[in-house]
Design a protein around this ligand. Structure first.
Ligand code: F6R
Length: 243
């Protein structure tokens, strides 16, 4: 894994925004894979800033959500669909139907997962996937133990992940959904380019393992060690414990 370290979260955000900007400058119909959570927020903020000042527009790009909670009502402000529409959407120039997510409101979720895989394939696959890393080393909601070949599926969130995400639900763990649909590790690994973002001390343990240990399903992010084009964008705090 290629590692780039920046002093601050904003430094990470501009560097990742640079990479997205360069990609859309050289290619039309770019397909982005979009993570939610805190990690990409500085990047998304920087993209909004560049859209506002006219340097970047995602009007010819498409986006696919990395994952989505199961059990929230459609339109709930913490659905990842709502978060991405709020953080990006028309604020960076995405068209009305340019962002797709798994249909977690479908009666048959297994079927919805398959259809999502087909949608991604029909779009030509993902050019650049933006990822965060969980404190337990998850990517997407592929929790420890996930198969490296896994596809888009329903996954159960660990207690750790639900506790980590309670801040988005008024610090009420009980309000955090128990399940989600996530792109699988095999699905994520098919993206042509992967940008993994890790910021803050809470990620330093997972990052240290990723950079030193061999690939193991105990650390789902280590599935990326087999990928030909991954860069870890980290702030100083996230690499503080790396020897
Ligand atoms: C979000 C996602 C998760 C987060 C991870 C880190 O779509 O799939 O894997 O990237 O939990 O979360 P933050 O960035 O909030 O620390």
């Amino acid at each position: 894994i290629d590692l780039r370290i920046f002093p601050t979260i904003d430094g990470v955000g501009s560097a990742v925004a640079d990479e997205i900007q360069e990609l859309i400058q050289v290619r039309d119909n770019v397909v982005l894979g979009l993570a939610t959570g805190s990690s990409p927020l500085a990047t998304y903020r920087e993209l909004r800033r560049r859209f506002t000042d006219g340097t970047v527009s995602l009007e010819r790009a498409r986006g696919f959500l990395l994952d989505e909670y199961v059990g929230l009502p459609r339109g709930h402000r913490e659905t990842y669909r709502a978060v991405i529409e709020r953080e990006l959407g028309n604020r960076v120039g995405f068209g009305v139907n340019a962002i797709a997510g798994p249909d977690v409101w479908a009666p048959d979720l297994a079927d919805a997962c398959e259809r999502y895989e087909e949608q991604i394939a029909t779009a030509g696959g993902i050019d650049l996937q933006i990822l965060g890393i969980g404190s337990n080393g998850h990517i997407g909601f592929n929790e420890p133990g996930s198969d490296f070949a896994s596809r888009t599926r329903v996954s159960r969130l660990t207690d750790q992940t639900r506790a980590d995400n309670a801040r988005f639900f008024g610090d009420d763990i009980a309000a955090v959904p128990t399940h989600c649909v996530t792109q699988g590790l095999g699905t994520i690994g098919e993206a042509r380019r992967i940008v993994l973002i890790a910021t803050g001390h809470s990620k330093s343990h997972a990052v240290a393992r990723l950079l030193t240990d061999p690939a193991t399903p105990d650390l789902p992010a280590s599935a990326l060690l087999n990928h030909p084009s991954v860069t870890l964008f980290a702030d100083a705090a996230a690499v503080a414990t790396v020897a």
